[in-house]
Ligand binder design. Structure first.
Ligand code: SF4
Ligand code: SF4
Length: 346
C-alpha cells in the first residue's frame, strides 16, 4: 500500500468514527459474493410480499448499476445496543426503540461521502445507501471486514455483536481494503434452535414468511392463524435469534443516545385506542411507522391474546369496532384465545 493510499484509508476511517459511527471497514465493490444465494432465496419465495426486493434484483446484484465506475465500499455500523431500556420496551425490537435510524444515518453517510469526494479529489463520485437503496449492504459490509454473516443471517461484529444497523458509501475512489473477518459461529446453533416460528430453512437461510420481523412489520393483512400464537408478545420485530447469540453477551453498549428509547412504551391496551393522528404524533419519528397503524394495532391485539390477561378484554372488545378489518380480525382472535383459557383458580 502506498503512503498516500494508507493516509486516505485512515482519513476515511477517522472521519467515519468522528461522525458517530461505531465501526467502519473498507472493501472492494463488484458483485456481492452471495448474489447467487440471494437469487435462490428470492426464487424460493422466501421474501414473501417484499416485492421491492424482486424489483431491485438487478441493482442488488451489481453496485455498478447504482454508481457506474464504483470501485470501493465504505461500510459503517451503528450500534443500538442499549441494554438498560425500560422493560415496557420489551415487545419492540431494539433497533426501533429510539429515533428512526435512517434519519440519523442518512445525513452522516452523506457527509462521509462528501469527505471522501474531497479527500480523494475529482473526478471521484460517491453514493450513500442505508437500507432503502437497492444494495446488499450486509454482504458488502462482510466483504469489507465489518464482521461476518452469522447463521441467523445478521451481520456480527466481534466487538459490537449484531445489535447494529448498517450503511454503506459506494465510491469510484480506489481505497485500500481492510482484512476480512472469519465466520466465528463455529458449531453453535443457538439462534436456529431458539426461533419461535422455525423460520430458518437452514443455517444462513431465513424464510421471511415465517419470521416475526417480517410478519409484524412488513406483512400487511392478517398474520397466518398457525403463527398468531408464536407472535408471543412482540409488537414490532423480534430479537430472539439475537438475544441468544453468545456474541451479543459481550457486545459493547451503544454510545449513540438518539437510538435509545425515551420514557416508556405505551401499555398495549392503550395502543389499541390510538387513531391515525395519535399514531403519527407518537411514532412519527421512529421506525415503528413502517408497520403502519393497522399493523401495530394488529400486533398489539395478538400480543394481548397471547399474554393471557383477562384485563385486556375491554380494550379488545373496543377494537372489534376498529375501522380496519385487520385490527378487528386480530382482536377477535385474541378474545377467542382469552376465552379458551382455563379460568384461574380461586
Ligand atoms: S427474528 Fe425471531 S422469528 Fe425471525 S428468525 Fe429471528 S427468532 Fe425467528
Ligand atoms: S447464535 Fe450462534 S450460530 Fe447463531 S449467529 Fe450467534 S454465534 Fe452464530
Amino acid at each position: 500500500m502506498t503512503l498516500l493510499a494508507r493516509a486516505l484509508r485512515e482519513a476515511v476511517r477517522a472521519r467515519a468514527l468522528e461522525l458517530g459511527f461505531d465501526a467502519v471497514a473498507l472493501g472492494p465493490a463488484g458483485p456481492p459474493e452471495h448474489g447467487a444465494a440471494f437469487e435462490r432465496w428470492l426464487d424460493a419465495g422466501y421474501a414473501g410480499t417484499m416485492r421491492y426486493l424482486e424489483r431491485g434484483r438487478a441493482e442488488r446484484l451489481d453496485p455498478e448499476r447504482l454508481l457506474p465506475g464504483c470501485r470501493s465500499v465504505v461500510a459503517v455500523a451503528q450500534s443500538h445496543n442499549h441494554p438498560d431500556a425500560d422493560p415496557s420496551w420489551r415487545p419492540v425490537a431494539r433497533y426501533a426503540r429510539g429515533r428512526d435510524y435512517h434519519d440519523l444515518m442518512r445525513p452522516r453517510l452523506r457527509e462521509l461521502a462528501g469527505f471522501i469526494r474531497e479527500a480523494a479529489g475529482p473526478p471521484v463520485r460517491c453514493r450513500a445507501a442505508v437500507d432503502t437503496s437497492a444494495v446488499l449492504e450486509r454482504d458488502l459490509a462482510a466483504r469489507a471486514g465489518l464482521g461476518w454473516i452469522g447463521k441467523n443471517t445478521n451481520l456480527l461484529s466481534p466487538a459490537l455483536g449484531s445489535y447494529v444497523v448498517l450503511g454503506v458509501v459506494l465510491t469510484t475512489a480506489a481505497l485500500e481494503p481492510d482484512a476480512r473477518q472469519p465466520d466465528r459461529c463455529g458449531t453453535c446453533t443457538a439462534c436456529l434452535d431458539a426461533c419461535p416460528t422455525g423460520a430458518f430453512a437452514g443455517p444462513y437461510v431465513l424464510d421471511a414468511r415465517r419470521c416475526l420481523s417480517y410478519l409484524t412489520i412488513e406483512h400487511r393483512g392478517e398474520v397466518p392463524a398457525e403463527l398468531c400464537g408464536s407472535v408471543a408478545d412482540w409488537v414490532f420485530g423480534c430479537d430472539v435469534c439475537q438475544e441468544v447469540c453468545p456474541w451479543n453477551r459481550k457486545a459493547a453498549p451503544a454510545r449513540e443516545p438518539a437510538l435509545a428509547p425515551r420514557g416508556a412504551f405505551p401499555p398495549l391496551e392503550a395502543l389499541l385506542d390510538v387513531d391515525r393522528d395519535a399514531f403519527r404524533a407518537r411514532f412519527g419519528a421512529s421506525a415503528l411507522t413502517r408497520a403502519k397503524r393497522a399493523g401495530l394495532l394488529r400486533n398489539a391485539a395478538l400480543a394481548l391474546g397471547n399474554r393471557g390477561d383477562a384485563r385486556a378484554v375491554p380494550a379488545l372488545r373496543r377494537a372489534l369496532d376498529d375501522a380496519d378489518p385487520v385490527v378487528r380480525g386480530a382482536a377477535g382472535w385474541a378474545l377467542e384465545r382469552l376465552a379458551a383459557r382455563p379460568a384461574a383458580a380461586p
